[in-house]
Design a protein around this ligand. Structure first.
Ligand SMILES: [Zn+2]
Length: 312
């Protein structure tokens, strides 16, 4: 599976650059978030989960959080929280794994979640098998997929200021039923991981793809360059309204719920200090303002959007 985010990715970057408080992402953060975005779309496209797929990096360095959320229709949003300086040549571990506490979480949040039902979440550290710090998001996610799905996976990711792109190759289970049979089968399946000659050959071809090629070449050229000796079954590319695109899911009601969860005391404190409660969406840059009447409405159960005059 190959993804090339252009408009969607540039939209995400432009919204960040327009945020006067943060400004644009430094190049290494942009690369990290772009690779996460491409990976999120690949993973959602691959499993076709009926709900949000959320990729998160929790960092212990200057990058505290990176989030990518991809919906079943492949609409996506992404943001990074950065505190402090990121040098132009910063590595992944210098951004998010300075004190060995960085981790990556993959969450599947079902669309029709029942009350009390928890979303599924897998968490992986940012270390390789030999305890080395991983410097590529692709390696972190390959580890996750091998552990959680026990499927051999090769992932190549790249991002710059125009394109966020990724190529995912995954070896399908030998028997589909093996997935349902549970752990008794897992040892058997593990023992054949990496032993298929075809998969090894295709993995090597895939890993030979350079970042510049992934960013600069169209899908047709990449597929031909890598796999020209392999039989290919092509699927129609998903573009435009059916393809990946930026969309934010924030709205005034959700922001109101969030403010309500702070409690009366906290909200009254903010209003005493600032005259209103103002919340900006990190994903799209929308600003939500609640004046004292709006804020009071949150706690009395009145619709927050009711004009002030009709409250009396
Ligand atoms: Zn938003």
């Amino acid at each position: 599976m190959l993804v090339r985010l252009t408009d969607a990715w540039q939209d995400i970057l432009a919204r960040r650059a327009a945020n006067s408080e943060t400004g644009a992402y430094p190049a290494p953060v942009r690369q990290l978030l772009g690779e996460l975005a491409a990976a999120g779309v690949l993973m959602q496209g691959n499993i076709k989960f009926n709900g949000a797929l959320v990729l998160q990096i929790f960092g212990d360095g200057p990058v505290k959080l990176g989030v990518v959320e991809v919906q079943p229709d492949l609409s996506l949003r992404a943001t990074c929280t950065q505190v402090g300086q990121v040098d132009d040549d910063a590595t992944l571990s210098q951004m998010v794994n300075v004190n060995n506490e960085g981790r990556c979480a993959i969450t599947l949040d079902p669309q029709d979640r029942l009350p009390g039902q928890q979303p599924y979440q897998g968490v992986v550290p940012l270390f390789g098998d030999r305890g080395e710090k991983l410097e590529n998001i692709s390696e972190v996610l390959e580890h996750y997929m091998l552990q959680s799905e026990q499927l051999d996976t090769v992932l190549v990711l790249a991002a710059d200021d125009k394109v966020a792109a990724g190529l995912l190759i995954q070896r399908l289970p030998i028997e589909g039923e093996g997935n349902l049979a549970g752990k008794t089968d897992s040892l058997m399946r593990e023992s054949v991981l990496g032993q298929s000659e075809d998969f090894s050959r295709i993995s090597i071809l895939t890993k030979s793809l350079k970042r510049e090629e992934l960013l600069g070449l169209d899908a047709e050229t990449i597929l031909h360059r890598l796999y020209w000796e392999e039989p290919l079954a092509r699927f129609e590319p998903l573009m435009g309204e059916t393809g990946p695109r930026f969309a934010c899911r924030c709205n005034r009601e959700r922001v109101g719920n969030m403010i309500r969860s702070l409690g009366t005391e906290e909200v009254e404190g903010i209003i005493a200090e600032q005259g209103q409660v103002e919340v900006g969406c990190d994903f799209c840059g929308a600003q939500y303002r609640f004046d004292p009447v709006d804020a009071a409405g949150l706690f009395t159960g009145l619709p927050p959007d009711l004009p002030a005059g009709s409250v009396h």
